[in-house]
Write a protein that binds this ligand. Structure first.
Ligand code: XIL
Length: 345
């Protein structure tokens, strides 16, 4: 064999060995992320899939205040550490999720030892300790944090969610949380994260809140759009309107929790149907088309969007249940038609 032919053959073989994943296909646009549970990083096949496809990881639950810090002075680091160590070993960056949320929160922070409500100053001392302890532990591997999650309401006159946090502190808890976070790690990109950003009322309320906070010097660097969508909604126009609204306001937009379920529900509410729909050819086609439309719109805002994260690795471990068929990989880790459409095969 001639030397030139041999070199060509070796080059072709090397290319084949380096299978292209989502992270390579979208390299010019954004990081490709996935949320993980600790079982994902114990399973060899799932580890391979993560390494091939993704270059950003979020803990699905392990870094939330409730699971991590269930009572005063008690820290459960094991699961968060397991996922963080997998990322450290594999050179994968992490998004931290989340420091303040009305669900899965460390509700003990609201009460004293006798069970009486504490004042907001006491609450802030506890919150600051929580935020700074967690951020310091993972500073080396986490580049962005969802500091406040879902503080805005889904309807009614009050733009803010009437949570325990809001009842005690008004909207000041948002400002405090971001200030504590900035103090802990001046290099981390700090996000306000929420769902149903394609609902005009809600996106406008999110916009107004972030605008007001930033005008007051609150260090909000970015808006996280959760992206719990379905095969019908949002339309391109709805998604584009939300992105056009947010893009001039903040330095960064992340799509933080993407999935596309096959029924008509959407959003981050924890009450939903796990029934989904039978995966007929026409439903599968809508699923594929919706992912294609979403990614085209994300790419249009590629200068502003720097990470797109799927909420869970495959349908078998989706928080929505496998009958909602929301992800790019089925429960056997096999790529679905939507995957092939996105990677252009
Ligand atoms: C979900 C997890 O996926 C579930 O395992 C858990 O039981 C509840 O929380 N919005 C968010 C995420 O910001 O933290 C939620 O994650 C999904 C909705």
């Amino acid at each position: 064999m001639k030397k030139g032919t041999l070199l060509l053959l070796m080059f072709a073989l090397a290319l084949q060995g380096q299978a292209q994943g989502l992270k390579d296909v979208f390299k010019k646009d954004f990081l490709m992320g996935v949320s993980l549970n600790p079982r994902n990083v114990r399973n060899a096949a799932e580890q391979d899939l993560i390494r091939k496809e993704f270059n950003s990881v979020t803990c699905e639950n392990a870094m939330k205040p409730g699971p991590l810090h269930p009572s005063p002075g008690v820290w459960k680091w094991e699961e968060a550490d397991r996922i963080a160590n997998f990322c450290r070993e594999n050179g994968i960056k992490m998004r931290g999720h989340c420091l303040v949320w009305h669900n899965q929160f460390a509700d003990w922070m609201f009460y004293d030892e006798s069970g009486n409500p504490v004042d907001k100053e006491t609450f802030y001392v506890r919150l600051k300790d929580h935020i700074q302890t967690v951020m310091n532990r993972y500073k080396d591997v986490i580049y962005a944090w969802d500091v406040v999650n879902e503080a805005m309401s889904d309807g009614g006159d009050n733009p803010y969610r009437n949570s325990k946090l809001y009842q005690l502190c008004g909207d000041e808890f948002i400002a405090k949380a971001f200030q504590f976070a900035r103090e802990a790690d001046p290099n981390a990109i700090l996000f306000y994260n929420d769902y149903n950003e394609c609902d005009r009322r809600k996106s406008r309320n999110i916009y107004n809140m972030v605008l007001k906070m930033r005008a007051n010097g609150v260090p909000i660097d970015g808006i996280g759009m959760q992206g719990h969508y379905n095969i019908y909604k949002p339309t391109v126009e709805e998604l584009d309107a939300a992105l056009a609204l947010y893009a001039p306001l903040v330095e960064h937009i992340h799509v933080t929790e993407l999935d596309v379920r096959v029924n008509q529900e959407m959003g981050g509410q924890l009450r939903f149907s796990t029934d989904g729909a039978a995966l007929s050819d026409s439903i599968q086609a809508l699923h594929t088309q919706q992912y294609e439309r979403l990614f085209k719109t994300f790419q249009k805002y590629g200068d502003k969007i720097d990470c797109v994260t799927f909420w869970n690795l495959h349908d078998g471990c989706s928080w929505l249940g496998e009958r909602n068929h929301p992800l790019l990989f089925d429960k056997n880790l096999q790529p679905k038609p939507a995957y092939y459409r996105l990677v252009g095969k």
